[in-house]
Design a binder for this molecule. Sequence first.
Ligand SMILES: Cc1cc2nc3c(=O)[nH]c(=O)nc-3n(C[C@H](O)[C@H](O)[C@H](O)COP(=O)(O)OP(=O)(O)OC[C@H]3O[C@@H](n4cnc5c(N)ncnc54)[C@H](O)[C@@H]3O)c2cc1C
Length: 324
Amino acid sequence: MAGWRERSTGGALRGYRSTMTHLSGSGRKATTACDVLVLGAGAAGMMCAIEAGRRGRSVLVVDHADAPGEKIRISGGGRCNFTNLGASPKNFLSQNPRFAISALSRYTQHDFIAMVDRHRIAWHEKTLGQLFCDGSAKQIIAMLTDEMERAGVRLALGTAVGDIAKTEGGFAVRLSSGEVRCSSLVIATGGKSIPKMGATGFAYEVAERFGLAIVPPRPALVPLTFAPDMLARMTPLAGIAVEEAVVGHGRTRFREAVLFTHRGLSGPAILQISSYWREGDEIVVSLARRFCPGGWHRPSRRPRTSPAISPTVPTRCSRASTPP
Ligand SMILES: Cc1cc2nc3c(=O)[nH]c(=O)nc-3n(C[C@H](O)[C@H](O)[C@H](O)COP(=O)(O)OP(=O)(O)OC[C@H]3O[C@@H](n4cnc5c(N)ncnc54)[C@H](O)[C@@H]3O)c2cc1C
């Protein structure tokens, strides 16, 4: 493999549905070696490759997609919400909270902002410390591929990944372009969301094969749907947005926008709380400016024709959201 960015010519891709690809007839293909082989050219794989390359390792990044960072491209509505000024370990949900403490003490949002500034990417704070590109999320992808190139990282796109075997000095991985032997193997093939963009359950299959414990994956940062009886009552509200709602689950609260959809609730506050919710749990949604922890909202003495929850909440909304 000579060029830094290349497309595999061996082993055609058979669509993104297959995860662990069975490659055959690779006997005539060359075996190459590198210190670090990274599977997956998403945000995680590229950041890892940059760091390994800067530390002097020979690094190869492989992806079955034809372009790197496809999920970055659609992130933040195409402008990539690339970090948050207030990010801290307590924002990370994990069975091992200490991991975020150690990772974020070595690399903070300010380190990432410094890299964005070095690449002269203009950005702005939208709300609540969220930083977005003024232009396009593609600038973040270009920044990462540029940093990989500077760090001497090679990138092989359109390359299917086959079997992985443990060797004495590391791993042997069969690719559609031949076998690669490496001392460190990084699996950064992401989660399962949006398969049409290349997402697969590859990492889970590999973890299972190597006997690693897996925390059962579940959707996070997603809209919520109403149960059928509630859906019937709420359907007329579809399309209404309440800019400053408070959504609570246990002691966790988010004060952001809520949107009524044809199936349930969406908007930033709902996406956030969805990561905490489990089947059967109660979520409290307050559409009033001041959160009312006891339930939906305090009874209003205003006439039925005026907004019963707050002047910021449409009348339709306050009527439908009042429990019968
Ligand atoms: C609509 C949307 C908007 C978002 N907006 C934001 C935002 O504004 N800010 C933010 O921080 N986050 C945002 N996110 C989340 C963010 O995009 C992801 O958390 C992040 O991109 C995940 O990066 P990753 O490297 O872990 O995985 P991925 O980006 O999924 O990368 C995995 C890579 O591995 C490759 N791959 C998978 N399986 C195989 C295989 N078998 N063989 C070879 N290659 C394989 C894939 O092609 C892909 O390139 C958004 C997500 C979505 C869906």
